[in-house]
Write a protein that binds this ligand. Sequence first.
Ligand code: COA
Length: 250
Amino acid sequence: MADETDSPTLVFIHGSGDGAYVWEPLTQALQARRPALKLLAVDLPGHGGRIGDPGPEQVSVRDYAEDAYAELKRQGIASAYLVGHSLGGAIALTLALDHADAVRGLIIVGSGARLRVLPTILAATLERPDEAAVEVVVMGYAAGHEADARQYATNRPPNAPGMLHRDLAACDVFDMMADIERIHQPTLVIVGQQDHLTPPKFAQYLADHLHNAQLTIIPDAGHYALREQPNTVADAISTWLAEQAGDTVA
Ligand code: COA
């Protein structure tokens, strides 16, 4: 259909402890390059605009995937490119398997097929959640970007209590290593060269095992490449989308 080819919908799913707002620099950069794209950044339960709707204390990546799928249905979106960061990437990969018809393609940023979490991080998010929330973001930015990391982490809108720990606990048991080869949608895998939380090795695994994947490594960026280098990431997505549509114009 012309509409789907020329102006596809991109649905953005945030990572642990974040919210839809994490995408703002990237969605602005993308919209400037491709004004016809329809962009929708969702909040998971208890995050950002859904602070009053935290849902159950324990959730799995699959629970979150079902919540995101319900949002697609609510918005009347039959099929979209899913853009997922970290936990959001795990959610997008899960949706590509569980609701394949709803997923036209994937853009996976700083994520992986398995997302074990350092026990010290899990413990810190339980025992001293406010400090740990800042520390995790600082770990997630590349060397030299610490001021930006602190600025972002301390100014982002609040989530319901306990969200970061709940999100990371869901990541810790997420494991799709054996299932990745069953995903057939075209996929762009993006990772910051200095991503220490989901290292380039994880992205390389996705690129090697997915049927139709392309890997882009972003220099001078870490786990938050989407905020650290939004223009470079937007260029990569824009070029890849043009290739999917068979365009010659990036
Ligand atoms: N893609 C490809 N390879 C992966 C992978 C992925 N998504 N996840 C794990 N692996 C690899 C590891 O690199 C490791 O390979 P190796 O044996 O060659 O070293 C192997 O699979 C086993 O890894 P894992 O299951 O993670 O267990 P572990 O005990 O080796 O390491 C951690 C556990 C937590 C130390 C490690 O996963 C880590 O450093 N994670 C990143 C830090 C973090 O907490 N990130 C937050 C993610 S949201």
